[in-house]
Design a protein around this ligand. Structure first.
Ligand code: NA7
Length: 574
């Protein structure tokens, strides 16, 4: 049977033809691009599929006004290629979305990735064929690809959370979601705009939209802890010093809990003691230094801020004090001061004149904690008895994070079991990289990995290098499949939960815990033991002969028949 040429829609009536490739990669974001480059370099044929019209993942979709990364550009960048690191000129301390998208397009061109990227193609289903140890992926175009391996590079904040507000379809104006923003510029001049949600996306866009709009109505459910980002044009001396010391930067990033170390123009360090052992003055000095620096450097402060409520309160009080200094109206301050959860158990939010926007523009803050949004009407948003008339509604309501994008694909492993069922009581992985019963499927930046708490690019590079070594291992031993044992998976799930329970993270209703989506199991989606410990454990699998993993291999019998056998742990070279 002739296969449909790659990338072309199958004409109606034509039988489904299969194409084959060693590795199907789902997603053309930061992880997918590096997966293609790295695995292709090892001699595996690869093909990326992405529903978007361009590469870039998060940075393709998140085009809302003010979208920018909250990690320093030099730290939120690939480390795998020294020349790329040296060549790319970041224009700002924190790159904005257009620059990040340019960077990722540059990477796609520089490493000639585009011939193996198929855009505007959603992966609808992935079914494991046990008879041949291959994955059969069916695309929205009707094409079918058979591959030995599949890499889920689907991103951890890529499946938008669109709450099912009653009446949303009756609303006559425009509705946008921050994570699915139109490509053409949206002009808010003369408009009254509702922004629902005060997470990173809402806080980044509100001052910019409010400046343009006639009136902005902000619907806040939980007041967040906010630190000024203090963005500025890139200091050439800083960029030069980082370039001269990139190896050391990367080494120290990988040692740090969050993976970002920049502090006041140099490499910062966490305090040498715990907050509980520091005097109030020492703690204050650390907090003031990080406040002056701006951004997420607080995640690199005293480690027991994550584990001791008393110590966490010292930082939360500091933030409340600083926040109060920024808000003139006491009634407004009452609503904006964060109190509802331990600081840093949701991602800290970095702003650029968010509080000040309330003084400068016409913004109404509606607290929807006690009285949630009742419904949308044809002309606005109703909360209790009050209707707020608006022309445009923006849902800055976040994501079905970490698992949402994979949940939207019909994934079936051994025995036809769906991944959705396997993860019904919370995601199950072994060391955040594979799931039992789903052989040769590698999950990047997924549940059970440090995910959102570590610099994502360095995490995906590390995981994909691990995957590369594993694929080479299988190839050299002529093995057909690898998957974790159920026991190892259960141990990891328990470990992830134990580590989370030793911290304050479970006290927040956050997307880290799956608590932002009604009905989603509330478990830690993130491994909170830090990247250093995570990578120590995952790398150990390579040195200890893949303890906790099962291998399948075909053995030829006299007469040409083959039998399939399974073994646990290390395989001999064939
Ligand atoms: P977030 O951080 O999940 O924020 C979503 C916001 O939307 C948050 O303030 C939510 O309130 C609010 N929300 C969600 N559903 C509702 C309903 N039904 N009613 C009112 N308010 C609601 O998403 P972002 O896009 O801002 O940021 C995602 C990540 O991107 C961020 O962590 C960075 O890693 C980058 P809540 O706080 O849950 O009460």
């Amino acid at each position: 049977m002739k296969s449909t040429p790659i990338g072309q829609q199958r004409p109606a009536g034509q039988p489904i033809a299969e194409s084959s490739v060693d590795v199907v990669i789902v997603g053309a974001g930061v992880a997918g691009l590096y997966a293609l480059h790295h695995l292709r370099g090892l001699g595996f044929s690869c093909r990326i599929f992405d529903s978007a019209g361009g590469v870039g993942g998060t940075w393709y979709w998140n085009r809302y006004p003010g979208a920018r990364v909250d990690l320093e550009s030099v730290e939120y960048s690939y480390s795998f290629d020294k020349e790329l690191q040296q060549d790319w000129d970041w224009s700002e301390r924190y790159a904005a979305q257009p620059e990040l998208l340019r960077y990722l397009n540059h990477v796609a061109d520089r490493f000639n990735l585009r011939p193996d990227i198929q855009l505007e193609t959603r992966v609808n289903s992935q079914i494991y064929d046990e008879a041949t140890n291959t994955w059969v992926s069916t695309m929205s175009t009707g094409e079918v690809f058979r591959s030995k391996f599949t890499i889920m590079a689907t991103g951890f904040v890529s499946a938008p959370n669109k709450p099912s507000f009653d009446g949303i379809d009756e609303f006559k104006g425009d509705v946008y979601h921050s994570g699915h923003w139109p490509h053409e510029e949206v002009d808010f001049t003369g408009r009254t705009v509702a922004v629902i949600g005060t997470g990173s996306s809402g806080i980044q866009m509100i001052p910019i939209i409010a400046k343009q709009a006639t009136k902005t109505v902000v619907f806040q459910r939980t007041a967040p802890y906010i630190v000024p980002l203090r963005n500025r044009p890139m200091d050439p001396a800083f960029l030069k010093s980082v370039r001269e010391n990139y190896d050391e930067w990367r080494r120290r990033q990988r040692e740090a809990f969050g993976g970002f170390i920049a502090l006041n123009g140099g490499m910062g360090k966490p305090p040498e003691k715990l907050a509980v052992d520091a005097s109030p003055e020492e703690r204050r000095l650390d907090y003031e230094t990080r406040w002056k620096n701006g951004g997420l450097s607080f995640n690199h402060s005293f480690f027991d801020l994550y584990t001791s409520k008393d110590m966490n309160d010292t930082l939360a009080d500091f933030f409340r004090e600083k926040t109060l200094e920024r808000i003139k109206d006491p009634a407004l301050a009452e609503k904006l001061i964060p109190r509802d959860f331990p600081i840093m158990t949701k991602r800290l939010i970095c702003d650029d004149n968010y509080y000040e926007a309330y003084d400068n523009y016409d913004i109404t803050l509606v607290d929807v904690k006690e009285t949630p949004i009742t419904r949308m009407t044809a002309t606005g948003v109703q909360v209790g008895e009050t209707e707020y008339e608006v022309d445009t509604i923006i849902l800055a309501t976040g994501y079905d994070a970490v698992t949402g994008a994979m949940d939207r694909i019909d994934i079936r492993g051994r025995g036809g079991k769906t991944l959705k069922d396997h993860w019904g009581e919370g995601p199950r992985t072994h060391t955040g990289i594979m799931s039992a019963g789903f052989p040769n499927m590698f999950i990047i930046d997924g549940p059970g990995s440090p995910g959102a708490t570590f610099t994502p690019i360095l995490l995906v590079e590390y995981q994909l290098q691990w995957v590369g070594q594993t694929l080479e291992y299988l190839r050299s031993r002529n093995a057909s499949a690898i998957e974790p044992t159920t026991t190892a998976e259960s141990e990891w799930v328990e470990h992830v939960s134990d580590v989370a329970n030793a911290t304050l993270f479970p006290e927040a209703k956050s997307w880290y815990m799956g608590a932002n989506i009604p009905g989603k199991p509330v478990v830690s989606l993130i491994y909170l033991g830090g990247f250093k410990e995570y990578s120590r454990r995952l790398s150990a699998a390579l040195t200890n002969g893949y303890d906790g993993f099962l291998f399948s291999h075909s053995q030829a019998l006299p007469g040409g028949a083959e039998i399939e056998s399974t073994s646990e742990g290390a395989l001999q070279l064939v």
